[in-house]
Design a protein around this ligand. Structure first.
Ligand code: SME
Length: 160
């Protein structure tokens, strides 16, 4: 049985250290990227409070294509530069969005989403995927979340 949830009063940086250890343990020695993304999506869903979507879009032929996730069914293909995910992939830059309704071109896969964090996964300087977290809570994500998910993306770079 896996139970990686942090204690409710655990400070965020420490919680992310635990998340990273769990992610590393779950994916080490497993060469199948889809299996690893599936387990990491489940881990994020279980680990982080106040999410309505957690998962991956993969870069395939210069387009983002839906990967493993937890949450409601989502749009399958996102062109580069479109929406929060497309901008993150196009610019190879994290997008920390406190209010998605104020983000030009935001793609509303689920109307309950109010804030979003999208982190690119880079391998050899190329974006190979993005990690997308959505929340119904406005301004749900902060710099601790950004630093934590960027560290996760670095661990996953050669594992997905
Ligand atoms: N809102 C995202 C699209 C993906 S879904 O939220 C799962 C965006 O604007 O890129």
């Amino acid at each position: 049985m896996y139970d990686f949830r942090p204690a409710p009063d655990c400070p965020k940086p420490e919680a992310y250290r635990q998340l990273l250890d769990a992610a590393s343990a779950l994916t080490t020695d497993e060469p199948d990227g889809i299996a690893n993304m599936a387990n990491i999506a489940a881990l994020l869903w279980d680990f982080l409070p106040d999410l309505n979507w957690a998962g991956f879009y993969r870069m395939i032929d210069d387009e983002l294509v839906l990967g493993p996730f937890c949450g409601r069914p989502a749009c399958i293909r996102i062109p580069l530069g479109k929406g929060v995910c497309g901008v993150a992939a196009n610019e190879a830059m994290t997008q920390l969005v406190p209010d998605v309704h104020a983000f030009p071109g935001h793609i509303a896969c689920d109307s309950v989403t109010n804030s979003e964090l999208v982190v690119p996964v880079l391998r050899d300087g190329q974006v190979v995927a993005v990690i997308d977290l959505d929340s119904p809570v406005a301004a749900r994500f902060d710099e601790d979340d950004q630093v934590g998910i960027e560290a996760l993306a670095a661990v996953l770079a050669t594992r997905i």
